[in-house]
Each structure stands twice: as structure tokens, then as C-alpha cells.
Design a protein around this ligand. Structure first.
Ligand SMILES: [Mn+2]
Length: 316
């Protein structure tokens, strides 16, 4: 990757707006905080706008309050968009803010290359990994709290080093970050062992919808959105549950649905034989990685699920 245009753009410009996708996750937040820190360390004026609030479990990251839901008003030399395969994923209209250029840093292979500069490494496990490569190229001395940001990014996008994107390179990067001062057990506990009682109640109800389909090769969980109010849980409490759908023996594709009376959102997981990213993309508004993707079918649950099972039957 040729980092010179990025280094030049940073050197030449003074005001930066950093943003990332809706429903912030660990890679989103860790990447934004690391990049904000870097720009500030160079004396740049930096603002950060994320359309959705951070999940509480990521508030432990140092300077997490810098990521605000205050829509910026003034103009910026550079808009840095992190971890977004397309510009609409930021969830706000970038055209409303005067921007000199857009820098796009990501690891989604379906990235639309919407920036003036595009740093998209589909082989990276997380956007945090791409940023760490840039920091290493620049010889940046990464302080411990920024190492925690980047470690959190990689740890969450690998599902705690369980997904197929976990490899020697990723573990070596994390070893480097750990040696910079990350308390790995502490980060794991804060991110993965932080359920509220309401979140566990939600999980119990969602688990009770467990079904197997297509001869046991597909497993599904279902969450009617009305369940959130019933148990007093938040939407973000359902995060990560989709990963449970591929934990059973014999299952090749996992499906977690979240539905309103009118539409059904699918989180798809694969053990590798089916590329759910391609499959999701073939359904309008969908996309993602080969082993984890999402899409929405604008139909009620029963109808949408029947359609999805038909699609999966063809793919398996
Ligand atoms: Mn990511």
C-alpha cells in the first residue's frame, strides 16, 4: 500500500472531520479514536461525528467522549471515513458539510472507493489493522491507550480471535499491541462480559426461538423488535447474538432475524462453504464479509424467512 498520498494529505491540511458507520462497533470506535489521536498529535484541528451513540461497553476507551453526536457545522479540509463500505453507511448527508476531500480507510471488500484517497485492504481483519499498518509505516510511537483502541478494533472484528479472519499476521499485530501496554484480559472482559440483566433476559428469549432448517445445515434465531420493550433491553444488547447461529455441529449458515411487522433484517453467518457477503449483496441493501453479512427484506418475518431459506437452499 502506498501511504505517501495519505501522509501528504495529512501534512498539507489542517482541519479534519472523522466519521464512521451507524451502530458503532469496536472496530468503528477503536479506529476513530486511534486516528483522532494521531491527527491531534500532529497539531491538527479534529472533530468527530458519529450519527449513532457509542455502546456503553466501549466508553472505557480513553477519549471516547471525543466521538460526538453533534453534527458539525463548519467546513473541513478533509473528511476521514473509517470502516464504511459505502458513504451512505455513515448515516448522515456528507453533502451538508463543506469538505475539501474525502479519505476512505476500510477493509470491506465491497468498498465502493468513494474517496479521493482510498485505502481499502480487504485482507485486513479490521480497519484498525489498516490504521496500525499506516502508523508503523510512519514510525509513529503508539502510546498504550491507542494500542488499546487498535487492539479493541481487531479483537472485536475477529469475534475475540475466533473468526476465519484470525491468522498469524493478525495475532502478531495483536502481540505487538499487547507489548505496547494492552491489558488483553481487561479489554476482553469490558467488551464481552458486560451484559446487563435485561440483555441476558433478551438473550434467553431469543434463544427460545432456535430452529434448524434444510436438514440441519441452517440454524436461525429470531428477535421481534417489540421484544426489546418487553424485556427492557436495548437494540445494542442483541449485538453478537448472530454469531451463536453457527455454533452448532453440522450448521453451515446461521441466520439471525430482527423484524418489525413490515420488514425483516437478516444477520447472516457462514462457516465458509457459502459466501454470505455475496448472497446479502444480491438482496437489495445488503453487504458484508464472506462469513458475516447482513441484508433486509421488506416483508413480514414469515414471508421474508421463507424467501431467505429458498435462497439458502440454492446456495448450499
Ligand atoms: Mn470493521
Amino acid at each position: 500500500m502506498d501511504w505517501t498520498p495519505l501522509s501528504d494529505a495529512i501534512a498539507k491540511n489542517h482541519t479534519f472531520l472523522v466519521s464512521s458507520h451507524l451502530s458503532p462497533d469496536g472496530d468503528n470506535v477503536g479506529s476513530q479514536l486511534a486516528f483522532i489521536w494521531y491527527l491531534k498529535s500532529l497539531g491538527k484541528r479534529v472533530e468527530c461525528y458519529c450519527a449513532d451513540p457509542l455502546p456503553q461497553k466501549l466508553a472505557f476507551l480513553q477519549d471516547s467522549a471525543l466521538i460526538t453526536q453533534n453534527k458539525p457545522s463548519g467546513g473541513f479540509d478533509v473528511l476521514v471515513i473509517l470502516d464504511c463500505s459505502n458513504i451512505t453507511r455513515v448515516g448522515w448527508d456528507c453533502g451538508e458539510v463543506s469538505i475539501g476531500m474525502i479519505v476512505n480507510i476500510d477493509h470491506h471488500r465491497d468498498n465502493a472507493n468513494f474517496g479521493a484517497l482510498n485505502y481499502v485492504d480487504a485482507s485486513a481483519a479490521a480497519t484498525g489493522e489498516v490504521i496500525f499498518s499506516f502508523f508503523k509505516h510512519c514510525g509513529v510511537a503508539v502510546p498504550a491507550h491507542v494500542a488499546v483502541d487498535l487492539y479493541t478494533a481487531v479483537m472485536t472484528d475477529t469475534g475475540g480471535f475466533r473468526f476465519s479472519n484470525t491468522c498469524g499476521r493478525v495475532l502478531r499485530i495483536c502481540a505487538e499491541l499487547a507489548e505496547l501496554g494492552v491489558d488483553c484480559a481487561d479489554v476482553y472482559e469490558r467488551v464481552f462480559s458486560c451484559h446487563t440483566p435485561q440483555a441476558l433476559a433478551l438473550q434467553a428469549r431469543v434463544w427460545s426461538t432456535l430452529k434448524f432448517h434444510l436438514g440441519g445445515r441452517v440454524c436461525s434465531l429470531d428477535m421481534p423488535l417489540s421484544l426489546l420493550d418487553e424485556v427492557g433491553a436495548k437494540y445494542s444488547d442483541s449485538e453478537g447474538m448472530a454469531d451463536n447461529t453457527v455454533t452448532a455441529l453440522g450448521v453451515e449458515v446461521g441466520v439471525m432475524t430482527k423484524h418489525s411487522p413490515k420488514e425483516t433484517h437478516f444477520s447472516l453467518r457462514s462457516k465458509g462453504s457459502v459466501d454470505v457477503g455475496k448472497l446479502a449483496k444480491s438482496i437489495s441493501g445488503g453487504g458484508g464479509h464472506s462469513c458475516a453479512a447482513g441484508c433486509t427484506i421488506k416483508k413480514p418475518y414469515a414471508e421474508a424467512m421463507a424467501e431467505m431459506l429458498g435462497i439458502l437452499e440454492g446456495a448450499l
